[in-house]
Design a protein around this ligand. Sequence first.
Ligand SMILES: C[S@@+](CC[C@H](N)C(=O)[O-])C[C@H]1O[C@@H](n2cnc3c(N)ncnc32)[C@H](O)[C@@H]1O
Length: 250
Amino acid sequence: MEGEVAMGNSYDQEGFFEQYAKMPRSRDGLSAAGEWHQFKPLFPPLEGKAVLDLGCGYGWHCRFAAEQGAERVLGLDLSRNMIEEAERHNPEGRIEYQVCGIEDYEYPKDGWDCVVSNLALHYIEDLEKVFQDVYKTLKPGGVFLFNIEHPVFTAGVGQDWEYTKEGAPRHWPVDQYFFPGKRNTRFLGCDVVKQHHTLTQILMGLLNHGFELKAVVEAEPPEEMMDLPGMRDELRRPMMLLVKAAVKKG
Ligand SMILES: C[S@@+](CC[C@H](N)C(=O)[O-])C[C@H]1O[C@@H](n2cnc3c(N)ncnc32)[C@H](O)[C@@H]1O
């Protein structure tokens, strides 16, 4: 696995996928995700609603939507491995999954009540196009809820700490902040390409495409997770940006 360059479909590379499967959030789902206690309350009521998940991975958020009574749930992911794993936990077939890029889906006009995306949009180069597509596909009053890696994180040098001689995180170096675009990073022992977007691009991008901002949260892990290795360091710089936006059209 060392030295592999993982592009958009990094999750289909065997070594990477195996490592991903070992992460607590992969094994145990939403309750093991440090941001869930802040992300969950941002969901609108989903009873009887149509929900689209962009970059659904194992489908945890799709399952949550189905449990909340959503009438239709579609999860899209570029990775065949991820979709196969999601299908394994979809016994009644209540959720539809498709191997499909976020950029490639044909977004139907006024087709969905809620579009959710958790930790996938930092793989997208043209975020503006996604905002345009999501705006089009949401029904009037619909909600776009996403969690993207925070710009302070994606502008991190190598997206890693600088360490002391003893191996403890010294600080989080940020550089080239106002130069959005491709970042070569290491994630789970693999080379992974991500995309850096500035805070202005993310928030103004939504406003410029007609969205109304409802909530912006810089995720902090809950107190009960603080004893997990490395978790307290998550308070030294933001890693995730949670955004809830609504469409005003209609
Ligand atoms: C960190 S995982 C998050 C998965 C899931 N949303 C979750 O929170 O459990 C990122 C996911 O985004 C998917 N992904 C990356 N780029 C994508 C793209 N261009 N289109 C669709 N999915 C993509 C990956 O395959 C992976 O499943």
